[in-house]
Every structure is written in structure tokens, then in C-alpha cells.
Design a protein around this ligand. Structure first.
Ligand SMILES: [Zn+2]
Length: 273
């Protein structure tokens, strides 16, 4: 009988970006706060996502080391650069770890506009951007426990995934899931919104006891209520797109509906460029 798994979450706070806001309102440009998740057993550990900057990835590596486990696997939930730019730093600290993502996520990762991100975060990204290896299976293991990859199509990102750990009723949602943080809805279409909501309903159906969001307000609890809130944000955004008559009105209305949420950034709603 395998011993029970544990989980711990690393919160990386918001960080300032260099560049102009896509609309002349909201706070100065910043990247929303984000998470990396460590799942660990008696001896081994799996890390989910690796953050963005060298400073974040170095801090994450030091934090992982405090758990005194062998990092055997790094799973990247989707192909957006903010979730895997730190990978080369992690692999330097943990050369024995294998870094994987779904083949579709690796394709999206390969297409990321790295030079553009280097302008937003000058001097802060690792010199080497390492891609995870395509992993075509749906399951991998940690000390005999199943970790299941759930492919969810286009949500926040194309070909997004969540990781489900049935033995501890854990969902690590990647960017399918947000928690008290304004969501990236700039690319939303009715079809994407519908698919994203179906993906969230799929996570609810798993009845998890913990659900960890890819972007969350630091310190927010990793409770499954975040799944319902992420869905509500999408529904309210779709409704307010119809009901408001200007970008400013829409932006302000979302801020009023979700007060105190992190990263009320104009770019999350209107795009980075
Ligand atoms: Zn993200």
C-alpha cells in the first residue's frame, strides 16, 4: 500500500511589465500572480508548472529543495510561456527530473513569442527556454499513485489541461482554473467560453477536495469553490459584453462584480498587443 501523497503550493506574486496598457485605464502593466504545485510522497515529488522569470524559478527550486524529496517529474499544464519559461532553471537544479507536457501543449510552447516576452520582462527570463518533452500517455505515476492528465481544449490557452490525482481528490487546474484573480478573457469567443465552462463542469464532476488554480491571489485557499467562481466570471463577462456600451464600462463593471480580485489588468481583457 503506497503512503498518501501531500501537496504544497508556491505563490508567485504579481510582477511589473514594461509596456503600454492596451487601454488607458486600470493599473500599470503587470503579470497576474501565479502558482506552481508540488505533489510529493515519501521519497519522490512531481512539480506542476515552473513559473516565468529566473528569480521566480530560482526561488521555486530552493522551495522544492526544502521538501527533501527527489523531483522525478515536472508536468507543464499548457503551452503558454509564463508556465514553462522557468523550466531550464528547474532542470539545472534537478537534472534527474523528466519534464513533460501533452504533444499539443509542446506544439503551442514551441510557437510562443519569446522575444516579445523578453521586452515585457527585460533581462528577467532565462537565457535558455527549454521545452518539455511530448508525453502522449494520459497517466503518469508518483509512488504508485495515478496522476491523470485531463485534456480540455481551448480555455485560457489552446489545448489546455488539468492534472487530477484521484487518491487525494486533488485537481491542479492550470489556467483552466483561476482563484480570486481576473481571468484572461481577451481571446474569448462564444465557442471558447462554452468549452471552458464545460471543462469547469468536468472538474466539478470529479468532486475534488482541493483545486489549485494556475493564477490566484496569493494566499487564497485552494478550495473547489474556485471552480464555480471561474465559471461565474466567464458567464458574467459574456453578459456584460452585451450589456455595456464601451470597453471602459465593461472593465469597470467586471471590477465592481469581482472586488478585491488580483490583477485587474486591461490586457487580460483586451490583449497584450
Ligand atoms: Zn498563465
Amino acid at each position: 500500500m503506497a503512503s498518501a501523497l501531500s501537496v504544497n503550493v508556491f505563490d508567485a506574486p504579481e510582477k511589473p511589465l514594461v509596456g503600454d496598457r492596451p487601454r488607458p485605464f486600470g493599473p500599470p502593466m503587470a503579470w497576474d500572480p501565479m502558482t506552481s504545485t508540488l505533489i510529493y510522497g515519501e521519497n519522490d515529488a512531481v512539480l506542476v508548472d515552473t513559473l516565468t522569470t529566473v528569480a521566480e524559478a530560482e526561488a521555486l527550486a530552493a522551495w522544492v529543495k526544502l521538501h527533501h524529496r527527489d523531483l522525478t517529474m515536472i508536468y507543464i499544464t499548457h503551452g503558454h510561456l509564463d508556465h514553462f519559461a522557468g523550466l531550464s532553471v528547474l532542470l539545472r537544479h534537478f537534472p534527474g527530473a523528466r519534464a513533460i507536457a501533452t504533444p499539443k501543449s509542446v506544439e503551442l510552447a514551441r510557437e510562443q513569442p519569446v522575444a516579445f516576452y523578453r521586452k515585457l520582462l527585460p533581462g528577467q527570463l532565462p537565457a535558455a527556454i527549454t521545452l518539455p518533452e511530448p508525453y502522449p500517455e494520459k497517466v503518469f505515476h508518483l509512488e504508485g499513485h495515478e496522476l491523470r492528465i485531463i485534456e480540455q481544449g481551448h480555455t485560457d490557452a489552446a489545448d489546455s489541461t488539468s492534472l487530477y490525482v484521484p487518491s487525494i481528490d486533488l485537481v491542479v487546474g492550470g489556467d483552466v482554473l483561476y482563484n480570486q484573480c481576473h481571468q484572461y478573457v481577451a481571446k474569448l469567443t462564444p465557442e471558447i467560453s462554452e468549452n471552458w465552462i464545460a471543462a469547469l463542469d468536468g472538474l466539478t464532476a470529479l468532486n475534488p477536495t482541493a483545486a489549485i488554480a494556475g493564477h490566484k491571489k496569493p494566499g487564497a485557499p485552494d478550495t473547489p469553490e474556485a471552480i464555480g467562481w471561474t465559471k461565474r466570471y466567464l458567464i458574467d463577462f459574456g453578459r456584460l459584453q452585451e450589456e455595456t456600451s464601451s470597453d471602459r464600462e465593461l472593465f469597470d463593471a467586471m471590477g465592481q462584480l469581482f472586488p478585491g480580485w488580483a490583477a485587474h489588468q486591461a490586457w487580460l481583457m483586451f490583449g497584450l498587443r
